[in-house]
Design a protein around this ligand. Structure first.
Ligand SMILES: [Zn+2]
Ligand SMILES: [Zn+2]
Length: 138
C-alpha cells in the first residue's frame, strides 16, 4: 500500500498520514449522507494522531453521534470538502474521507455501517460485512 496523502477539492488543504490504514468502512448513516451530499461516506480508519496537515487547516463542525459523544467533522472552509472525522467514541482512530485521497486505487470497504439507513439502490461491495448500525465495539 502506498503512503497515504490527499487534499480537499481546492487544494488549500493537503495532508499525509504517517501510519498505514487500519480498515475501510462505508458509512450509510444519515449524517454522513448529509455531510457528503451523497449516498454514503467511504471512511479510512487511521490511528488517531497519525494525520498531518502539510498545507492549510481544516475547519471543524461539532456533530453528535448516537453514542451521545461528539463527532468532530473536519472540512475545508474554502471548498467544503469533508476531510476527516474525529469520533470521540472511537478514541484510537480517526476517519479519513477516502474521496480526498490522492490514490484511491487500493480502497475497498470491508464493512458497511448503518445499513438500516442505506439508500435503496446501493449495492454493497462483494464480501463486505454489513451492520445495521455501528459494529459491536471490538
Ligand atoms: Zn478546499
Ligand atoms: Zn456515518
Amino acid at each position: 500500500m502506498s503512503a497515504i496523502s490527499g487534499s480537499c477539492l481546492c487544494g488549500a488543504i493537503r495532508y499525509t498520514c504517517t501510519a498505514p490504514a487500519v480498515m475501510v468502512a462505508a458509512c450509510h448513516c444519515t449524517h454522513c449522507q448529509k455531510q457528503s451530499g451523497s449516498a454514503f461516506s467511504v471512511n479510512v480508519a487511521i490511528p488517531k494522531g497519525s494525520l498531518q496537515f502539510t498545507a492549510g487547516e481544516p475547519r471543524r463542525y461539532e456533530d453528535r453521534g448516537t453514542s451521545g459523544l461528539p463527532v468532530y467533522r473536519h472540512f475545508c472552509g474554502d471548498c467544503g470538502s469533508p476531510l476527516f472525522s474525529d469520533v470521540v467514541a472511537t478514541p484510537q482512530l480517526d476517519w479519513l474521507k477516502a474521496g480526498t485521497l490522492d490514490d484511491t486505487s487500493w480502497v475497498k470497504p470491508g464493512a458497511n455501517l448503518w445499513c438500516e439507513s442505506a439508500q435503496r439502490w446501493v449495492v454493497f461491495a462483494e464480501g463486505s460485512a454489513r451492520f445495521a448500525q455501528n459494529p459491536p465495539v471490538a
